[in-house]
Structures are given as C-alpha cells and as structure tokens.
Design a protein around this ligand. Structure first.
Ligand code: G1P
Length: 315
C-alpha cells in the first residue's frame, strides 16, 4: 500500500540568532559558518536535494541575507572565473543555486520553532512536507531525511527522527514517550506523547527528537492554536504532542552520525570528522592531531606553566 502523497517541500528555519557563536554571529548568520569550504546550511540543503526535496522554504530573519545570496547566482564571480579557465571553481560557485528552488518567508521575532513552522503554511498548502533543522548536520547513507521520507511513504503518517541520548542531556531536546518495550531503532513506533526540554528525572524516555521531521499539514491547524510553551516560545514539540494524542505520529531512529553544529564543540567535531573523511586532508590532519595529543607538541597554553603536561596555563 502506498497512499502517501509525494513530499517535495522542505521547510528550514534559519531565523535563530546564533548567540552561542557570538561575536562571529554579530554580522554573519551561524548557518554560513563553514565546515571546511561549505557553509553548514549547504550540507542541509544537499541532504534535502539528495532525498528528492527540490523545493526549499527558508524561514528567515534580519541579518540572514547572506543565506539568500549563497543560494543565488553570482554572475560577476562566474565571469571572473570563466575568464581564467577555472572550471573547477565555477562549478563550486554554481552548485548551491542548482540544488533546489528557493523561497523565503520572514519570521520577524524569535517566537520559537512552532511559530517558524507555522509561517510556512501558505507556501506548503495542503501537502505533507519535511522540516530540517540547520543545527543538525548528518553524515548518513541513505540521508537522514530520506530515511524518514521512506517511513512516511510506508504509512502516510507524520514521522519524527529520534536518537537515544544520555539521561543527563534530555533537557536539551524534545523527548518522546513510547509504548513499553518499543524500540525506534528497530522501526517506526507510534509516539504516545512529546515533552520539550524535560528535567532528566521527569523525562518519559531517553529518546530525543532530532532535527528531521515529515509532517502532515494538519500540524498547521494545531500550531495555530498552540500557545507559548517551554522557554516562553511556541514549541513544535507541543503541536507534536497533540498529534500524538490523536494517534497520528510515529518516531524512527535514523542511522548515521549527527553533529550539533549549533554549538562550538559540535562544530569542531563536525569539522574534524569531515576533514578526516577527505582523502586529501586526512593524512596531514591525522599527523597533526597525533602530534598535538603528544605532550611535547601541544601548544603552550595547553602545556601550562613550565611546559609540564596537564598544567592549567594560568601563570
Ligand atoms: C529544537 C526542538 C527540540 C529538538 C531539537 C533538536 O530545540 O525544539 O524539540 O529536540 O531542536 O536539535 P533547540 O535546539 O532549537 O533548542
């Protein structure tokens, strides 16, 4: 049985202020910070495009215009590179704009993820659609959103990606309540409830919502009636909770590596992992990391006073 409508549209909220990357994000959208040579947002759009999502709606805001420029053509640069015969670079310049058709809607105030998704209502219409959060970069085969789209096609029910996290980290996520014994790593599971950023002792499980969703358009009608929740923001998780109450949403653990590039440490981890998977960069970076980890090659700040290993560097 395959009654599910084809999903072509993806909503990518990018209006967030990126305060964890200040001062860089005073004038640069956090989504434009590069992992190697590509901005993080390009990895998200490439994942969408590789999964058949060819219509991208950015929910954007002030200070985010660089994202629009990135996914546009840049004729002056193309003329310059063409005149120098740099076909390789021309390709890199043209690639982003060719990934999908791009649309923009503004979210004037940071009222929350639920508010951002509701702003996509007019563009999405009455079709199922995907939501991808730009902070979650996946290295996965098949792509993470493709795994969810496949699950959606099987059942024509909304489906949300989850991953298991240590209990002391559940407070950073939306968390799902599951039927006893259910394991989303083995296949789609009906969600019983969702709660946004619970205290560890109050969390209904250790299965956390990560930034990939395929949603039926009924979510808009629910979001319309959803008031502010955790942190005073309109939470997508609260609308998912209503979907769960109606018995209309599943969760699925997607396979692959996830990097939270919305925080500096996750950003560094993603950079290192991507560089180590690049055959041209891996040998030299591997030598560098090994050297750095041996006491005598660590930078002075890490060696501490007198160069002794394990020092505080507070001299
Ligand atoms: C958002 C969602 C949360 C989800 C998380 C995944 O939170 O509200 O439910 O678990 O993304 O990254 P944020 O990271 O914006 O605080």
């Amino acid at each position: 049985m395959d009654a599910a409508a084809e999903v072509r549209k993806v909503v990518i909220p990018v209006a967030g202020l990126g305060t964890r990357f200040l001062p860089a994000t005073k004038s640069l959208p956090k989504e434009m910070l590069p992992l190697l040579t590509k901005p993080t947002i390009q990895y998200i759009v490439e994942e969408a495009a590789a999964s058949g999502l060819d219509d991208v709606l950015f929910v954007t805001g002030r200070l985010k215009r660089a994202i629009e420029d990135h996914f546009d053509l840049l004729p002056s640069m193309e003329v310059h590179l063409a005149s120098r015969g740099r076909e390789d670079l021309l390709q890199r310049v043209r690639e982003p704009a060719a990934l999908a058709s791009f649309h923009y809607v503004r979210q004037p105030s940071p009222l929350g993820l639920g508010d951002a998704v509701l702003r996509a209502r007019h563009h999405v219409g009455r079709a199922p659609f995907a939501v991808m959060l730009a902070d979650d970069v996946y290295v996965a085969d098949p792509p993470a959103i493709a795994q969810l789209l496949r699950a959606y096609r099987e059942a024509a029910r909304s489906v949300v990606a989850v991953t298991r996290v240590p209990r002391d980290e559940v407070g950073r996520y939306g968390v799902v309540a599951l039927p006893p014994g259910a394991d989303p790593a083995l296949g789609r599971v009906a969600a019983l409830a969702f709660v946004e950023k619970p205290r560890p002792e109050a969390a209904p499980s250790e299965w956390a919502v990560v930034g990939r969703y395929v949603l039926e358009p009924e979510i808009f009608e629910i979001l319309e009636r959803t008031g502010p929740g955790a942190g005073g923001e309109v939470q997508l998780t609260d609308a998912l909770n209503e979907l769960a109450r109606r018995g209309r949403v599943d969760v699925l653990a997607v396979s692959g590596e996830r990097y939270d590039v919305g925080e500096p440490i996750g950003f560094v981890e993603a950079t290192v992992a991507l560089a180590l998977s690049d055959p041209e960069l891996a040998p030299r970076l591997g030598r560098f990391l090994k050297g750095l980890l041996s006491a005598d090659l660590r930078p002075a700040a890490a060696r501490g006073p007198g160069g002794s290993a394990g020092g505080t560097g507070c001299a």
